[in-house]
Design a protein around this ligand. Structure first.
Ligand code: NAD
Length: 283
């Protein structure tokens, strides 16, 4: 039976899904058999293409645009999803931004903006998705976007790192509250993945270190020696959303491991075995 004819597995809602990792997650969960609601900022024409592609896969799709750092937007997004598609079974709080700044130039405006988009929106999505899933009474899956920078603080990314550590904390806290409702809460912590976010890093670093310095640094320090593809993160999310992942909760899963996000200066001060031990403690 093709997915066009099959009953949906449930309904998944993905924020920041017009492009990049969010788009790949939306398409993968559609392939897995979910009907899909997609969010991104207003005026993102890419969202129309995502909707069209999901519908071509034989699944129902809903666009519910808006800024997910705002409480009312999140409340209405979830209400629209449920009233149009029938339920909410998988919530993926993926939307995020990065504003690199040298440490001594860290600004309140950029700090607050990243906190709002990367951390407050996750709190809102976790809270209101859980409220809906508890009311449905059949469990659910809640998944958030952390980062390698949420496992270890990264130079020039003080605020971004803080937001991604916050996602890990919220993921553990929400998992503790929601286990009794059969709702799992996990997060993914990507390293360098080929999306527009990497262009922001490269553009920022170019005057300091030349073109592609961000991508090249990530390739050099990754144990797999390459940049990832959005679909590789979507495979992980697909698993975390699956029935089979019901015993996994409160986890933030790295993809992949980086061994030298410590500055070169620090690495020179440790023997390689000590660096590996230190890195494994930080995972
Ligand atoms: P991306 O820029 O391609 O996609 C992010 C999407 O979020 C964009 O479409 C953007 O318009 C949307 N968005 C931004 N602010 C929003 C808001 N307030 N409300 C709704 N939508 C909003 O980036 P991506 O790489 O696909 O990032 C997805 C997630 O993965 C982010 O949380 C990011 O921090 C995280 N991440 C990415 C990488 C990477 O290397 N690409 C690494 C670690 C973590």
């Amino acid at each position: 039976m093709s997915s066009r004819q099959s009953e949906p597995k449930g309904v998944a809602l993905i924020t920041g899904a017009a492009q990049g990792i969010g788009r790949a997650i939306a398409l993968r969960l559609a392939d897995d058999g979910y009907d899909i609601a997609v969010n991104d900022l207003q005026d993102m024409p890419e969202l129309d293409e995502v909707i069209k592609t999901i519908e071509e896969k034989g699944r129902r799709a809903l666009a519910t645009p808006g800024d997910v750092s705002e409480e009312l937007v999140v409340i209405e997004m979830i209400q629209r999803t449920v009233s149009t598609l029938g339920s909410l079974d998988v919530m993926v709080a993926n939307a995020g931004i990065v504003i690199p700044e040298p440490f001594l130039e860290t600004s309140v405006a950029a700090f607050d903006k990243q906190m709002a988009v990367n951390a407050r929106s996750v709190m809102l999505c976790y809270k209101y998705a859980a409220e809906q899933m508890i009311a449905q009474g059949r469990g659910g899956r809640i998944i958030g976007a952390s980062s390698m920078a949420g496992k270890q603080g990264v130079d020039m990314l003080l605020a971004y790192s803080a937001t991604k550590f916050a996602v890990r904390g919220m993921t553990q806290s929400a998992a503790s509250s929601l286990g009794k409702h059969n709702i799992t809460v996990n997060a993914y912590a990507p390293g360098g993945v080929e999306t527009r976010i990497l262009n922001v890093f490269d553009d920022f670093l170019e005057p300091l270190a030349g073109p592609r310095a961000g991508r090249d640094g990530l390739i050099k320090s990754s144990v797999v020696g390459r940049i990832g593809e959005p679909e590789e993160i979507a495979h992980l999310v697909s698993y975390l959303a699956s029935k089979e992942a019901g015993f996994i909760t409160g986890q933030t899963v790295r993809a992949p491991l980086y061994v030298s996000t410590l500055s070169d200066l620090h690495i020179h001060r440790f023997r390689s075995t000590e660096v590996l031990i230190l890195t494994s403690v930080l995972i």
